[in-house]
Write a protein that binds this ligand. Structure first.
Ligand code: G3I
Length: 311
């Protein structure tokens, strides 16, 4: 890594392609951005990402087929009958997965469907978020969309992704129940992995021993796990900036180590890699959550991650 300050795109591309091997689009594959209207598809940005990955020998994880946010900004989906809505969901999955078959190796099929004390307690004991998919397709929508996803690309790894589900607690209990339910259907559902987003705050985050215990119980159900959207906020820490960066390094080391040591954990992906471009600043206030700083130079956090992988 060069120590020269540089903010040009080639530096960004170079780091992305040399420091990472698994790429996931932050927004380009979400329903609203990629499929803004019934017959309108906007594949350009996603094509670029997949092409980039292929040129550099990286694998790609699609994010996310079924999510309650970033849906089309018009109400075409709301206006469909229940039957038409199901058809539209099936078509969305088949068209998107079909286009990138063999090029996108894994998909977050359902994202953030569970809420502790959510609006709807399903018969299978899981507390579901009230969203348009639940309203129009009923509580078996999750099972249904995994079945379609498996048909659309039988070789793709199918993931359930959520936040706050990494340690031991009610949220991860619910995710565990959902996976157990899908696995125990008469005709088992193809679900292969659980993603743990881990948008962490360095001043308070899940105990690594609990994360490992949670990974192991999921493995016992027959799924693997990944850390899917890792970033670590430091603004709530006390001390000097140097102390905060040192603590952030420790958090990155501890968290990535859980994955490195657990055979069930297949990957760590980050929600961006330079503090110059992070969702955190606009959503949670100014912060420095990633591995490289505003000048795209490596931070202590980068070495925390590197040391974890080199163990
Ligand atoms: O690109 C449009 C632009 O055309 C439009 O004019 C402008 C006006 O609102 O919005 C731009 O889109 C924004 C988009 O990011 C791209 O920058 C959206 O408003 C904004 O809502 C969107 O935020 C994304 C957020 O998901 C939406 O919930 C973040 O970038 C993205 O990092 C974040 O990612 C999520 C994961 O998908 C799921 N897990 C949590 C994670 C963080 O919230």
């Amino acid at each position: 890594i060069s120590n020269k300050i540089s903010d040009d795109f080639s530096t960004y591309e170079k780091l992305l392609s040399t420091q990472f091997s698994y790429l996931t689009p932050e927004n380009a594959a979400k329903w609203g951005p990629v499929h803004p209207h019934e017959d309108t598809w906007n594949f350009g940005p996603l094509d670029k990402i997949v092409d980039f990955a292929e040129q550099h020998g990286m694998e790609v994880k699609g994010h996310a087929l079924i999510w309650f946010m970033q849906l089309p900004q018009n109400d075409y989906l709301e206006n469909l009958s229940d039957q038409e809505f199901s058809e539209a969901v099936k078509n969305h999955i088949f068209t998107l997965m079909g286009r990138y078959k063999g090029r996108i190796q894994a998909w977050d099929v359902v994202n953030e469907a569970i809420v502790v004390n959510g609006a709807h307690e399903a018969d299978y004991g899981v507390s579901l978020r009230d969203n348009i998919f639940l309203q129009k397709m009923g509580e078996d929508y999750i099972e249904q969309v995994y079945r379609w996803a498996h048909q659309a690309d039988p070789k793709a790894k199918l993931i359930y992704n959520d936040f706050g589900n990494e340690g031991l607690g009610e949220k991860s209990d619910q995710v565990y129940k959902l996976i157990a339910h899908l696995k125990s259907r008469k005709q088992p559902v193809a679900i292969h992995e659980v993603g743990m987003q881990m948008h962490l705050d360095a001043s308070s985050y899940a105990n690594p021993a609990d994360i490992v215990a949670n990974m192991r119980r999921l493995e016992d159900l027959g799924v693997t796990v990944n850390i899917s959207e890792l970033d670590v906020q430091l603004k709530n820490l006390s001390g000097s900036q140097a102390q905060k960066l040192a603590k952030q390094k420790q958090v990155y080391f501890d968290i990535v180590s859980t994955c490195v040591h657990e055979p069930a954990c297949t990957a760590v992906t980050f929600w961006g890699f330079t503090d110059r471009h992070s969702w955190i600043d606009s959503w949670m206030g100014p912060d420095d959550p990633l591995l490289f700083d505003e000048d795209i130079l490596p931070k202590p956090a980068y070495y925390g991650v590197r040391n974890a992988f080199l163990q």
